[in-house]
Each structure stands twice: as structure tokens, then as C-alpha cells.
Design a protein around this ligand. Structure first.
Ligand SMILES: Cc1ncc(COP(=O)(O)O)c(C=O)c1O
Length: 223
């Protein structure tokens, strides 16, 4: 490591490029390889999406927006949550737009997590959670879910809670396992957390990829 590299922020030095990204970079160099690496659709961006983006650029929508994002988009997000989950979030005060879920997760961590905090993460987990937690100088606390069909159980969660626990990450449907929680399982987790000062960071990026049962996002249970 060079003298200059040693000067880089200690938390940043503690993180690594994720294995899936390293593998993606290697596979990308192999002609005609079928990539089972990054989770993205195997079809091109639909035409109406491309055309809407082109139209917006032509209309000069290329300048600064409010920090939280343009209001019509925040209203659309709020409508989505209402239509799909009967949840009411105020688009002016409770919804912001970000460039993908990564920015949202990073902002949440920056907002909530202090150095020395513990963040409970059911494992296996999306690799960026660890980096984002470590970049705050905080500690990921893993819950091994292999014995419970890759689901976080109330008992396992309870065992990991300490006076330093600041948050728990719920990511259902899960990357990489694909499992999700039913209402009963989620309720048991709510019962553990309800009287604690612990944030739930609920990453529902794959909420549209549920093909059976009833959707019950974690924020349905917000107090
Ligand atoms: C569970 C999970 N959360 C967040 C992300 C990041 O999403 P984005 O590409 O929108 O930043 C991913 C991407 O693979 C993911 O699997």
C-alpha cells in the first residue's frame, strides 16, 4: 500500500470490492458467456421508457431539481405505496427519490448510524450492506439464517440485540435467496422490535417479484 493509500479514510480502507462485482468484471470479458451475476432483466429497456427519457431531455429537463426529487415523481411513488399496500406516505414530507436503491441505503445509513453502532443483518445478504455499515464505522451483526429456511426469525433476532443495536436490515424478497416472510413471521419480528429503539431498514427493491401469497411490506407495521 502506498503512503497516499494509507491516508485514505480508515473505514473506506476496511471495505472490499464485492465478489459478485469481481466475477462480473471477469465474465464480461468472455465473449458469449451467459451471465448469472448482476440482477438485471434479460430484455432491453422498454421503448416507452427510453422515449420518455429522450422526450424529457428534449424538453430541457436537464437542470437541478429539488434535493428530494421532482414532486410528480414523489407523488407517483406515494400513489404506488397506496395502491399496492394501502399505505399513506406524504409525498412532500416522507418521500424522496434517489439514484437507485444504493443511494437510498447509503443515505439511510448516513442519517441513522453512528460510529460503534451495531446493525443486524440476516445472512446471506446483499454484499453492499456490509460496506455501507463499515463505511459508517459501525459493525454488521450477522444472523445466520441457514437453519431457518433463510428467514430471519424472531428468536434469532432477539438473541442478537444489544444496547448498541441501532437498526436491523430486512430485505424481503431477499437477494440472494429469494425467500420472503409471511405476515405471521413478520408480525413475530414486529413483536420483538415494537418496544425497542431500533430502526428497521426495509429494502423492498424486489417487492414486485412476488408470485404467490399476500404482500406485506415491513412498513405496513410502522408505528
Ligand atoms: C437487495 C438489493 N438492494 C439494493 C440493490 C441496489 O440497487 P440499485 O442498483 O438500484 O442501486 C440491489 C442490487 O442488486 C439489491 O439486490
Amino acid at each position: 500500500m502506498s503512503e497516499w493509500e494509507k491516508l485514505v479514510n480508515d473505514n473506506v480502507q476496511s471495505i472490499e470490492v464485492s465478489g459478485i462485482r469481481q466475477f462480473f468484471n471477469r465474465v464480461s470479458e468472455v465473449p458469449n458467456a451467459v451471465q448469472l451475476t448482476l440482477g438485471q432483466p434479460d430484455f432491453p429497456t422498454p421503448d416507452h421508457v427510453k422515449e420518455a427519457a429522450i422526450q424529457a431531455i428534449k424538453e430541457g429537463k436537464t437542470t437541478y431539481t429539488p434535493n428530494a426529487g421532482i414532486l410528480p415523481l414523489r407523488k407517483a411513488a406515494s400513489r404506488f405505496l397506496h395502491t399496492n399496500y394501502n399505505l399513506n406516505y406524504d409525498p412532500q414530507m416522507e418521500v424522496i427519490t434517489t439514484v437507485g436503491a444504493s443511494e437510498a441505503l447509503d443515505l439511510v445509513m448516513r442519517t441513522l448510524i453512528n460510529e460503534g453502532d451495531e446493525v443486524i443483518v440476516p445472512a446471506p445478504a446483499y454484499p453492499a450492506y456490509e460496506s455501507l455499515i463499515r463505511m459508517r464505522g459501525a459493525e454488521p451483526v450477522w444472523v445466520d439464517t441457514r437453519e431457518t429456511q433463510f428467514k430471519l426469525t424472531a428468536e434469532a433476532l432477539q438473541r442478537k440485540i444489544t444496547s448498541n443495536t441501532k437498526a436491523v436490515i430486512l430485505s424481503y424478497p431477499s437477494n440472494p435467496t429469494g425467500v420472503t416472510l409471511n405476515e405471521q413471521e413478520l408480525q413475530a419480528i414486529v413483536d420483538v422490535l415494537v418496544n425497542q429503539q431500533i430502526f428497521v431498514i426495509s429494502d423492498e427493491i424486489y417487492s414486485e417479484l412476488v408470485y404467490e401469497g399476500t404482500m406485506c411490506p415491513s412498513h405496513q407495521y410502522r408505528r
